[in-house]
Ligand binder design. Sequence first.
Ligand code: C2E
Ligand code: MG
Ligand code: MG
Length: 431
Amino acid sequence: MSNIDPLTGFLDRFGCLHEAERFTANAENHHEPFAVIWINLDRFKKINDSFGHPGGDEVIQNLSVRFRARVSGRAEVARMGGDEFVFLVPRCNPTQAESFAREMASTVEEFIPLGNLILCPTASIGIAIYEAGEDSLSLLERADRAMFIAKTRGGNSIVCSGDDAVHGRTGTTLAREELSIESALHAALGTGGLSLHYQPILLTNGEVDSVEALMRCSVNGDQIVPGKFIPVAERTGIIVRLGEWSLLQGALQARELQNAGYHIKVSINVSRAQLISTKFTHALHAALICSNVKPELVELELTESLFMDVADTVQKNLKNILTTGVSLSIDDFGTGYSCLANLKDIPAKKLKLDRTFVSVLPENRRALAVVRAIIQLAHELGMIVVAEGCERQEEIDTLQNAGIDAIQGFFYAKPMPEEVLINWLKTRDKK
Ligand code: C2E
Ligand code: MG
Ligand code: MG
């Protein structure tokens, strides 16, 4: 694994977590001081908004060249994403850390030409000094929090953790949990801790239409639920690698089912971070070629907002998906700022009605009216409609009366590992 940030050549987040752990162990073993310095540029969003991402990238690159020259081997530098840098400085006591931080602040403050403007950036800087027995995550988190305090003071300042009792950001536990989920995801990618579970989607005549591939992650025997790890993976970008993995595994599973004589689609969830990358189409082709599955047996689930995304790469990727013969499905319909009129422009074959509509049936008559209208409109546009998260017979009866095409939910089957899925299908064949 490279663990290098491609834009700057510094360590990336994972590289930073890894090195911080090593440095912490060293500091502990050799009783040496060790400082973490966390730098966040002030008003960077304004730069991005005014000059676009290429402009933002230019500033980051420019700065990293200066940082590299100024640090000259005294510290490991990491880019944590966006405009955030971390310096791991070994054998560095509090006084030295402060002067190091001041040096970096003045490095940031040198003018940067951008287009025909001259930018004068400043930074908010947090310092944390390693305390005996402390683990690397908590040290990083203290530096991050100190930086945040510097930011709330209006930016352009340096705060040393421990000098100030103010608590900011999302609070200790949240930031810490995120970092540890992130490193668990990296570990899972490397050690086979990821798996896909499959949940059947049944047509109203009882036939299995498809199975949805749902990612599971376990590290040292502990499961982390998707509701926790997917948002972290999306924020940190690691979802791109997880997504490539699930595309390939899902396609392989579709091929397995095809081999076993089942004409059942596998539906794979795709996040925005995957679709804004030009590499997505390549990953999809690779999955189709490696698995040698019929493309019509693979389906991708995207949320409605993604279909309406204006980004060029997203629209290109959507076109490319359709050219391969893989079909699209609208996930969680009704949760975002849904607009029924958008449906006419969405090239999906399937619409998945979110569980929030389903779980209030049959009592909520207004929800039922909306569900009926959605089903009717989707049918007129040639889509089939699936209800997500059905747990009770009354829900299913009501949905069937309203014209639903297919049901997914614990009532029929929970997501299951692939071996269990095959047995589940075989048992149904016998009935
Ligand atoms: P989703 O795509 O809407 O998937 C359906 C979720 O509803 C699954 O949660 C499933 O276990 C749950 N579910 C199904 N039937 C019932 C039911 O009857 N009652 C209840 N209460 N829940 C039901 P899960 O597996 O926890 O996944 C949560 C979300 O994480 C997914 O929502 C999806 O957005 C995301 N996700 C999961 N795997 C992947 C993946 O490989 N890639 C991406 N990008 N996202 C994924
Ligand atoms: Mg889904
Ligand atoms: Mg869904």
